[in-house]
Design a protein around this ligand. Structure first.
Ligand code: MN
Ligand code: MN
Length: 297
């Protein structure tokens, strides 16, 4: 079950996310510093009375996901870029997660359409009892009808309190699974379409981290890890958010905790064939007799 209070939190997080995506879609332009996009998005979420559920992801061209600006990032939006903006907000750990793709060149519009139509098709089939594999085949066939491929090793995911990736996934292709969607579950549905090979690989870059294992740290590090836990719980964060906790070179400290296994790092994901990638995402609450999209704009 979901209590009325939990639904209220989910909806207020959803409102913050949709207003943020609208704002960014309006402000975005070629040459815009990526860090400006990230901070504008995260500030807007806080202004709406929520907390960011993860650092704003700004993933350009063949980068599919998990890029956020590090401290001192000087990169800017390239001419004709295809930009995925993926933002999350939470209230008491109840999360909304949604994304849009903005094509700075009209050449990329069909790819954006493919991802958006696949999301629409999946949501129109979202209901208690539907098999996740059916949703995957709906997404795949919609994207293939545009002449593109879904990214098969990325998927939508269940959202739980303070947990961005719950046990169940919503695949972007059909899968061997009898799993169904059940009432009072919350999901982020997120098709990715590409003109590449349809697979993402990890790059060497990591800018987003999550707390995992305090046992693998020395005494000083343990107090830092305690502070990270109390601020973010199990939700992802980045060096820009912890300047007050680590004054000197926060990124080096995070990388050192990562190498010890005290933190988990999300590598930047890149399309294997260096194809362009578009993404569309909404958060959906499943009830016994219907669904509610919390992030509609
Ligand atoms: Mn997302
Ligand atoms: Mn997601």
């Amino acid at each position: 079950m979901l209590s009325e209070e939990e639904v209220r939190c989910l909806k207020s997080a959803g409102k913050a996310v949709s207003s943020t995506l609208k704002l960014i879609a309006y402000k975005i332009h070629e040459g815009m510093p990526l860090v400006e996009i990230c901070e504008m998005a995260e500030d807007n979420i806080r202004m709406m009375g929520c907390e960011p559920a993860f650092p704003c992801n700004v993933s350009v061209n063949s980068v599919a996901a998990h890029y956020t600006s590090r401290l001192g990032d000087a990169s800017v939006l390239p001419p004709k870029g295809l930009v995925k903006i993926d933002v999350g907000a939470h209230v008491n750990g109840f999360i909304a997660d949604a994304a849009i793709t903005i094509a700075l060149s009209s050449d990329c519009e069909p790819l954006v359409q493919a991802a958006e139509k696949a999301l629409e098709a999946a949501i129109s089939n979202m209901r208690a009892g539907v098999k996740i594999s059916f949703l995957g085949s709906t997404i795949e066939s919609t994207i293939r009808n545009f002449g593109f491929k879904p990214i098969r090793n990325l998927s939508g995911h269940m959202l739980k309190q303070y947990m961005l990736h719950g046990e169940k996934n919503i695949p972007n292709v059909p899968v061997e699974s009898k799993t169904s969607v059940e009432p009072f579950e919350v999901y982020a549905v997120e098709p990715f379409a590409t003109n590449g090979v349809g697979v993402v690989v990890d790059s060497q870059e990591v800018y987003i981290f999550r707390y995992v294992n305090p046992k693998k740290a020395d005494k000083d590090e343990k107090s830092l890890l305690r502070a990270l836990w109390s601020r973010f719980r199990g939700l992802p964060f980045c060096d820009r958010w912890i300047k007050d906790l680590i004054t000197a070179e926060p990124r080096d400290k995070l990388l050192s905790l990562l190498s010890k296994g005290a933190l988990y790092g999300y590598p930047v994901l890149v399309e294997k064939g260096r194809g362009l990638v578009a993404q569309a995402e909404h958060t959906v609450i499943v009830y016994e007799d219907g669904v509610e999209v919390t992030t509609l704009f």
